[in-house]
Design a binder for this molecule. Structure first.
Ligand code: ZN
Length: 156
């Protein structure tokens, strides 16, 4: 079964939950069902321009949960160009990439939960499909990542 956190109330999150459930049922199979193809198609409509990149990241297994022995964690996504991006949950999920920052500055703050980049989408799908690989990192490494994220980010 999927490990789900609180039930999402954002319409995109609800649809993403439903689409991922279809993808989950079909995942290990090589056979593409009509439902599977419809789910991929809907994903592309729901997240235009980023769904293909997100699925590519997912297929490569490039979504990681970096966890310390103290239980602190962040998600790391390897972008399609090989760059490392970090995803933090600061009220809502935030990505360290330029696209996400750009979306944040252009959008109304109330629409932030529906702002996705391909890294956030890849992490959201990977979480729902249990395709996140956990790596252990040190507390120092965790703090370095968080500090660099906060320094580079101006979410005000
Ligand atoms: Zn991103």
């Amino acid at each position: 079964m999927a490990s789900k956190a609180a039930k999402p109330c954002n319409p995109k999150e609800v649809l993403l939950d439903e689409l991922c459930e279809v993808l989950r049922k079909s995942f290990p199979s090589e056979i593409m069902t009509k439902e599977y193809i419809n789910a991929l198609s809907s994903l592309n409509i729901l997240f235009p321009g980023i769904s293909v990149g997100a699925l590519d990241i997912l297929d490569k297994g490039h979504v990681f949960r970096l966890q310390t022995n103290m239980g602190r964690h962040i998600h790391q996504v390897v972008g399609n160009g090989g760059q490392l991006y970090y995803i933090f949950n600061v009220d809502v999920p935030c990505c360290s990439c330029a696209v996400f920052k750009n979306n944040m500055t252009k959008s109304n703050p109330t629409s932030i939960p529906s702002s996705y980049c391909q890294h956030l989408l890849a992490a959201a799908i990977a979480g729902r499909l249990d395709r996140v690989t956990t790596k252990t990192i040190s507390e120092n490494n965790f703090l370095q990542i968080v500090t660099s994220f906060m320094v580079d980010t101006e979410y005000t």
